[in-house]
Design a protein around this ligand. Sequence first.
Ligand code: ADP
Ligand code: MG
Ligand code: ZN
Length: 476
Amino acid sequence: MEFVPVIGLEVHAQLKTRTKIFCSCSTRFGAPPNTHVCPVCLGMPGVLPVLNQTVVEFAMRMALATNCRIAPESRFARKNYFYPDLPKGYQISQYELPIAEHGRVYITRPDGSKKRIGLTRIHMEEDAGKLIHDPDRAVSYVDYNRTGVPLIEIVSEPDIESPEEAGAYLRQLRAIVRYLGISDGNMEEGSFRCDANVSVRPEDSQTLGTRTELKNLNSFKFVEKALAYEIERQIGVLAENGEVVQETRLWDTAKNRTVSMRGKEEAHDYRYFQDPDLVPLKIDEAWIGRIKSDLPELPDARKDRFMDQYGLPAYDADVLTGARELADYFEACAQAVNNPKLVSNWIMGSLLGLLNAEGKSIEETPISARQMAELLKLIDDEVISGKIAKTVFDEMVASGKTPKAIVEEKGLVQVTDQSAIEVVVDKVIADCPDEVAAYQAGKKKLLGFFVGRVMKETQGKANPQMVNTLLKKKLG
Ligand code: ADP
Ligand code: MG
Ligand code: ZN
C-alpha cells in the first residue's frame, strides 16, 4: 500500500517591535539578563497589561499579506501552565477568537507551478523567558528579558505533502515577514520557530491518520530531515499493522532521529479562559484600509512581475524574490543592463554561489549592485567574454577593484578584430593537420577542440562567436 504524508505547521514569529506586547520594556536582544523587566512582565500581583498597538498592526500586516480575514473583534485568553520561565503562571495568548483566520500562501514547486497552502489562523501572544542551564553544576538560571516579547503564531491547514513543500512553505512565510519588516525571521536565532505536525494516510483514503508533533526544529534543514524521518517511521509502523501513537517527539540532531517526548495522556490541560484584564480588541474597516494601503509589494506579486516585466523563468523569479534585498539587487542591475536573463544567471550563479560558500546574506555582499552592473555591462557590450568575466569577478572579490580597472590593468578586453583572430585561427589549423583531416572526414565534434585551441592562444580574449564562424568557414 502507498502512503501519502500530511503535514501542518505551526510557526511562531517574533515581532520586531521596540517594546514588549503588554508593557513598555525594551525588546532589544542581548542585554544583560533581567535588565529589561518590570512588574507587568514579571507578573507581579495587581499589575495591568496594556496592549501594544504596533503588535496589532504587525499582526494585521501579516494577516493581510496572507489573505486572511481579520476579525472585527478578537480576544486574549490565559493559557495556564507552570514553568519557571513563565512568572505569571499563564501565558496571554489568543485562543477562541484570534485576530485572523482563513488565509493562504502560495509555494512554488520545482517545476515552477504554484501550490496553495491554507492558513487556519494567525494569533498574537507573548513569549516566555529563557532558562539557562549551567553545564558544570546542577543549577539553572532564568532570564526574563524575553518574557512578554510579542509573537504571532501562524497555523497552517494540513495541506503540505512533503518535507520539501514544508521547507518551501517556511521560506515563503519567512520571505513575507521580512518583506513586511515585522520579524527577522531567523530560525537559528529563534526569532522564527516551527512545530511540525505530521501523519500519513493510505493514498486512496481521504481520512487523516494519527499525527505526531515534532519540536526542537531550529533550522530549515532540521525541519525537512525530521519530517522525512518521521514519515518513514510512521509508514514502517503502519506497514507492520502497528498503530501510530499521538505524541510529541523531539528531533535529536546528534542521532538524526525523532524521539518520544510526551504522549497524549501527558498533554497539558491549559484551562483557557478569557483574560479579564484585557478588553476585546476591535478593528474597523478604516484601520484595515490604512494598514493595507501601507503594504509593500509582496514576494508572490514581485515574482509574477519579474516573470512579466523581465521575461524570467518561474524558477529564477522565485529565487530572486526570496529576499527583498536580493530582488532589489537584481532590479538595480537589470535597470543598468538591458539583459535580464544575463543578470539573473550571474546573480544566481556567481554571486549567490559566493555568498552561500561564505555563509553570507545578500546584505553582506562584497560586490555592490553598481559594481555588478558594471561587470555585466562589459559582458553585454561584448567588451569581455563570459569566461573572462568570471576571472574579473574573482578579482573584484579579492581586491575590491572596479571591473573596468581590472579589465584595463590586465589587458582583458575582448579581441573582436577579425583579422587578428584570423591570424590565430590560421596558425591553429596549420599546427593540427591530423585533427583537420579528421574533421574534414566527418568528425564535426572536433570543432570544440579547435575553438579551445584558439581561446588558449588568445588567453580567452577572442570573441567566441567570431572564432566559431571563422573556424567553420576555414575548415569547410
Ligand atoms: P493543537 O491545538 O493540538 O496544536 P490543531 O488542531 O490546532 O492542534 O492543529 C495543529 C496543526 O496540526 C495544524 O497545523 C494542523 O494543520 C495540523 N494537523 C491537524 N491534524 C493533522 C493530521 N492528522 N496530520 C497532520 N497534521 C495535522
Ligand atoms: Mg500544537
Ligand atoms: Zn515589562
